[in-house]
Design a protein around this ligand. Structure first.
Ligand SMILES: [Fe+2]
Length: 131
C-alpha cells in the first residue's frame, strides 16, 4: 500500500480530524498572504496526553505540474504532560497554525494533519493568481 492511500479525508463539519484550510481564493503573484490550517474547528478533537494532533504539514502543488513543494511543518508538543501525571500539565498546544507564504503561480495547497491515534488526514485549497 502506498503512503498516499493511508491518508484519509472527509467533510470537516462532521469529521473532527480533517484539517481546515483558510486562505484567499485569489492572490497576487509575489505578494505575501496567510494560509491558516486548523483541526477540530467544527467538531473539536481531543487534546490530551494520550490523544492529540502531533503535527500539521503544508504542501503546494503548482497548477503547471511537476513535483509538490513542502512549505512547512508545525509540531505540537504540549498536551497536558506533567510530573504530576497525564493531563495535569499547565499547558496545551491547540492544533492551529498560520503559514505566511507567497506564490508565483496558481496551484493547490495540501494540508496534512497527524493524529497520534487515528493517523494522517488531508484537505486541499486551490489558489489562482490574479491581477
Ligand atoms: Fe484522533
Amino acid at each position: 500500500m502506498a503512503f498516499g492511500e493511508m491518508i484519509r479525508t472527509g467533510d470537516f463539519k462532521g469529521e473532527k480530524h480533517v484539517p481546515v484550510i483558510e486562505a484567499p481564493a485569489t492572490v497576487s503573484a509575489g505578494t505575501p498572504f496567510e494560509v491558516t490550517v486548523s483541526v477540530g474547528r467544527e467538531v473539536p478533537h481531543p487534546n490530551t496526553t494520550e490523544h492529540f494532533i502531533a503535527w500539521i504539514d503544508l504542501y503546494f502543488k503548482p497548477a503547471s505540474g511537476g513535483f509538490p513543494f513542502h512549505v512547512g511543518r508545525f509540531e505540537f508538543m504540549a498536551h497536558g504532560e506533567s510530573p504530576k501525571g497525564p493531563n495535569r500539565g499547565p499547558v496545551h498546544a491547540h492544533p492551529s497554525v498560520t503559514f505566511p507564504v507567497q506564490v508565483g503561480e496558481a496551484g493547490t495547497f495540501v494540508a496534512v494533519s497527524m493524529c497520534n491515534i487515528h493517523g494522517p488526514w488531508e484537505s486541499t485549497h486551490e489558489v489562482t493568481v490574479g491581477g
